[in-house]
Design a protein around this ligand. Structure first.
Ligand SMILES: NC(=O)c1ccc[n+]([C@@H]2O[C@H](COP(=O)([O-])OP(=O)(O)OC[C@H]3O[C@@H](n4cnc5c(N)ncnc54)[C@H](OP(=O)(O)O)[C@@H]3O)[C@@H](O)[C@H]2O)c1
Length: 242
């Protein structure tokens, strides 16, 4: 049996990842987001707000339990938020906190409990953190988003290093940038005020020129990585290079 735990399954890339996983024969998918949009006999949903990080650890303990006949166990930290697109000086403090909770703290807590629960399991184990190209360069108006994705990359690097140090086999950790994908997040990007984001026109052009990938294509690329372990040695990956 293959088990997938995926955050942000109500739309966009996360929904496509869950639906792609559900195409497999022996699979159980557990999804997390505030809204539920998938109904399937092999799908279980937990409606929760990942910014409520205080209760996330105890929830994770009840979810990452012993899994019968597990051959593969996968955690995909996909849920993310762009946050407030504004320059420093104009940001709302509470929104800074909310962004880092969803994009960094929640994935770190889920990784912690996932590794605790399955470190000694015999199944193949994979953690995939959905990163972004902007983890590596600054974008004006996106301070929290860029910084949160850089943090997610480093959480992934450190977890992979620790598993290697402990000689844990068949347990991979990747931070994978998805490219530019036609989701609600891209709609939100095109809706911001240009004075808070100098690259607005470029993102409008991506859409009008048909340069966005669809979420299903993106999900297929993530599954290519999942299914071809020997081709992906580095922790940080970008689907545009596959
Ligand atoms: N689209 C792109 O071009 C692109 C590029 C680079 C990286 N990414 C990354 O890809 C991932 C998915 O993005 P997307 O484009 O698919 O975005 P999206 O369409 O906005 O979907 C985001 C998902 O995250 C969930 N989510 C957001 N806040 C949440 C919260 N507080 N609690 C629980 N779930 C929450 C949403 O569910 P609810 O609203 O139902 O809670 C939704 O299912 C993100 O990590 C994003 O940073 C996207």
């Amino acid at each position: 049996m293959h088990y997938y735990f995926i955050t942000g399954t109500s739309r966009g890339i996360g929904k496509a990842l869950a639906e792609r996983a559900l195409e497999e024969a022996n699979v159980q998918v557990v999804g997390f987001s505030r809204q539920q949009r998938i109904e399937h006999p092999h799908y279980t949903h937990h409606s929760l707000d990942l910014s409520n990080v205080d209760s996330l650890g105890s929830t994770a303990e009840t979810i990452f339990t012993k899994l019968p006949n597990a051959e593969r166990i996968v955690l995909i930290n996909n849920a993310g938020t762009l946050g407030d697109v504004k320059y420093f000086g104009s940001l709302e403090d509470s929104k800074i906190d909310q962004l880092f909770s969803v994009n960094v703290t929640a994935p770190a807590i889920l990784m912690n409990h996932f590794i605790r629960a399955y470190q000694t399991a015999e199944a193949e184990r994979i953690i995939i953190n959905v990163s972004s190209g902007v983890s590596r360069y600054p974008v004006d108006g996106w301070s929290g988003y860029c910084a949160s994705k850089a943090a997610l990359d480093m959480l992934s690097e450190v977890a992979a290093l620790e598993l290697k140090e402990q000689n844990v086999q068949h347990f991979r950790v990747h931070a994978v940038a998805p490219g530019i994908v036609d989701t609600q997040m891209q709609t939100s990007i095109r809706d911001v005020d240009e004075q808070n984001f100098s690259r607005l026109q470029k993102f409008k052009d991506y859409k009008s020129e048909g340069a966005l990938d669809n979420p299903q294509q993106t999900a297929d690329k993530y599954f290519y990585l999942i299914n071809h372990p020997t081709e992906f040695q580095e922790v940080r990956q970008d689907v545009r290079e596959f």
